[in-house]
Design a protein around this ligand. Structure first.
Ligand code: ARG
Length: 395
């Protein structure tokens, strides 16, 4: 009996070649599983392409809501930005995809799970570590990595097996997309000095020039409404992707440190994600107590790094997750964001749990702050410094 394997299928070059490779060179039954995490694809023709490439079965699983509610909420509550810039578009989708792959592998009685990642990237790490965390009994196959073909050779191999690939040799970007944003790499972008060509951007193009304001409402750290209209988190992200994107805001061009030790030039567009993180952070400004806010800021980059490094399913992530959830109890309220060409800024914020006290903050007559308390406080705060200045400084 042939071995049966579930393959994470995207319809792109690498995974189409992987279907052909696993069926022809490994003599396996390939079940292609495409997980819809909000990439704008034609899933019906993708399914057909998988079958044409040699898959015995091809399934599409709509996982957009689970992805938003279980993965992206945590990223947003954590203001997760890798190296302080990248909202972890691809990094977040991989553990979600693996969750679906494991379910499908069990359903189809497969003995292995395959992915189409190369050996130089982060995604192989995320797929394999997540599989080992969730279902260590499955064998793991990485045909694209094993074969190590150039992209041109892959195209030739695909064509020799009658596999149609949606890519030509002169336009060699590698694009990964989901509801949280879009990553574009390879081709002319591999020289970090080259300006990203205009044609790489699809979510962030200026079609609006009149500035506008929109209000995002949060409940316990999660967006629940836009301009008072209640919506699912998924709907809010997608509305914001088109609105914020139409002002051209949300582009990132950076050289980042991959987990495998390579520096890599990456371009991203994540209009909704970046606007949401900005608004969420701002709301935390009025709702988080000072020590909690400062502690949270120290762990946010660690959470981003865990996500980037493929450790979504890990005990440290679980523990951080509980800290984050607990920190969000009162992160409820509204943020006014202002959009203009290539910019997104904050106009105002309010919360029923706001710790901002007008009468304490004001310099006008309603001031309720006890000024005489300050004198003694400042003296004691600086007591150690005064002592040091007298006894040691300049000695
Ligand atoms: N560098 C990003 C990351 O590691 C994006 C990876 C995009 N993957 C792709 N196949 N284009 O998260």
């Amino acid at each position: 009996m042939k071995k049966r394997v579930v393959l994470a299928y995207s319809g792109g070059l690498d995974t189409s070649v992987a279907v052909a490779y696993l069926s022809h060179e490994f003599d396996m039954e390939v079940i292609a599983v495409a997980v819809d995490v909000g990439q704008n694809d034609d899933f019906e023709s993708m399914r057909q392409r998988a079958i044409d490439s040699g898959a015995v079965e091809a399934v599409v699983v709509d996982y957009k809501n689970e992805y938003s509610d279980k993965y992206l909420t945590r990223a947003l509550k954590s203001n997760a930005l890798y190296e302080n810039r990248y909202p972890l578009v691809s990094s977040l989708s991989r553990p979600a995809i693996v969750k679906v792959l494991v379910e499908q592998a069990e359903k189809f009685n497969a003995t292995g799970i395959a992915h189409g990642c190369t050996g130089k990237g982060n995604d192989q790490v995320r797929f394999e570590v997540s599989i080992r965390a969730l279902a260590p009994h499955f064998e793991i196959y990485a045909p694209t990595r094993d074969w190590n073909m150039t992209r041109e050779e892959s195209i030739d191999y695909a064509q020799s097996k009658g596999v149609t690939v949606p890519i030509t040799k002169d336009k060699l970007y590698s694009i990964d997309e989901n509801i949280w944003g879009r990553a574009i790499e390879c081709g002319i972008l591999e020289d970090p000095w080259n300006r990203p060509p205009d044609d790489i951007w699809s979510m962030t193009r200026v079609t609006q020039n009149e500035p506008t304001e929109t209000v995002i409402s949060f409940e316990s750290g999660v967006p629940v409404a836009l301009d008072d209209k209640k919506m699912s988190f998924l709907q809010i992200i997608s509305e914001l992707n088109s609105l914020v994107g139409s002002y051209g805001f949300g582009r990132i061009d950076m050289v980042e440190n991959r987990r495998v030790g390579i520096k890599s030039r990456e371009t991203y567009e994540a209009p909704g994600a970046l606007a949401l993180i900005q608004a969420h952070r701002d709301l935390e400004g009025v709702t988080l107590e000072r020590n909690l806010a400062h502690e949270k800021i120290t762990i946010e980059p660690k959470i981003a790094e865990l996500i980037y490094d493929g450790l979504w399913f890990s005990p440290l992530m679980e523990a951080y997750g509980q800290f984050i959830d607990s920190s969000q109890k009162y992160v409820t309220g509204d943020v006014r964001i202002q959009l203009a060409p290539y910019s997104c800024s904050i106009n105002g914020r309010k919360s029923p749990y706001s710790l901002y006290d007008y009468n304490l903050a004001t310099y006008d007559a309603t001031d309720s702050f006890n000024h005489s308390d300050a004198e003694g406080f400042v003296k004691l705060w600086g007591l150690g410094i005064s002592t040091w200045a007298q006894k040691q400084k300049g000695v």
